[in-house]
Design a protein around this ligand. Structure first.
Ligand SMILES: NC(=O)c1ccc[n+]([C@@H]2O[C@H](COP(=O)([O-])OP(=O)(O)OC[C@H]3O[C@@H](n4cnc5c(N)ncnc54)[C@H](OP(=O)(O)O)[C@@H]3O)[C@@H](O)[C@H]2O)c1
Length: 263
């Protein structure tokens, strides 16, 4: 934990799913929070819930992070509020199912902006003062999808491959600085994700999903330990660390497509 009482964590995508649970886990440890997303009503409700249960400060910032310059705007708002961010949690993200040739290009661009551009910019902006202070934690939420090509969710899988590669590189560069970057890779998790992605009818959706709470607790713990890559769940670990390395890439791509097809 960064060496300060009540370290402040900024959590993007805190209005639902894994981000909401990450915020609660941090508050349970006695840390202050900055909650960011677009649905301010949900952030305000979470703020009230957290303030009732824990003695921590909670700041809500409404920000659409899928539009140009949104990372800089958010950073500026945090600066103006004179909040020192000790822990950055880049969790906000979304996916979309369907053939790339028929995709909504504007939505794809927004997805890349949120999942890739904003995550990169927030990491860069918030890491600098952390390095100056020689202490800080960054948690970027990728996915098991970051380790495989994903036909029928091509842009989403590619965006998460970026998050994995970027995270491993920057974590390596950060060695010896007192700052760590952990990339959390959940498998299927219960949240609003699948409904919003239009992916509730795909084959893989029938497999059991982890709870957002379990994923958040595991991710938060891995971040405090300063781990580089944190794949959630035994089956996902076996998949990522063994099976995907043994099977030919073409076979992996075909298998993945089967999982992502509607049934
Ligand atoms: N669920 C899964 O199976 C799964 C598996 C692996 C990885 N993940 C990753 O886990 C992360 C969290 O997803 P989740 O499963 O918790 O899904 P979720 O319940 O849909 O939560 C997504 C969060 O991102 C926020 N968000 C979306 N678009 C945004 C935008 N333009 N600007 C700001 N915030 C935005 C949403 O808030 P607003 O709509 O209020 O803005 C929401 O709080 C994502 O990065 C996702 O890719 C999920």
């Amino acid at each position: 934990m960064p060496n300060r009482n009540n370290p402040t964590a900024l959590v993007t995508g805190a209005s639902s799913g894994i981000g909401r649970e990450l915020a609660i886990v941090h508050a349970q440890k006695g840390g202050d929070l900055v909650l960011v997303a677009r649905r301010k009503n949900l952030l305000d409700e979470l703020k009230e819930e957290i303030k009732k249960r824990f003695k921590v400060k909670v700041t809500v910032i409404r920000q659409d992070l899928a539009v140009p310059d949104s990372a800089r705007e958010l950073y500026q708002k945090v600066e103006e509020a004179k909040i020192r961010v000790d822990i950055l949690i880049n969790n906000a993200g979304f996916g979309k199912a369907g053939f790339f040739s028929k995709s909504d290009l504007k939505l794809d661009e927004e997805m890349i902006h949120l999942n890739v551009v904003t995550l990169t910019a927030l990491t860069r902006l918030f890491m600098e003062p952390m390095i100056e202070r020689k202490t800080g934690r960054i948690l970027n939420v990728a996915s098991v999808a970051g380790f495989v090509p994903g036909p029928l969710q091509a842009v989403y899988f590619a965006s998460k491959a970026y998050v994995v590669s970027f995270g491993e590189s920057v974590a390596n560069e950060l060695q010896g600085t007192g700052v760590t970057l952990t990339t959390l890779c959940p498998g299927q998790t219960t949240s609003e994700f699948a409904t919003r992605a239009g992916a509730t009818k795909i084959r893989a959706h029938k497999f059991p999903a982890a709870s957002a709470r379990n994923v958040a607790e595991y991710g938060y713990r891995s971040m405090l330990e300063g781990r580089c890559i944190a794949v959630h769940g035994v089956q996902n670990k076996i998949l990522v660390h063994f099976l995907l390395r043994l099977l030919p890439r073409r076979v992996v791509t075909d298998l993945c497509r089967r999982g992502l097809e509607e049934i």
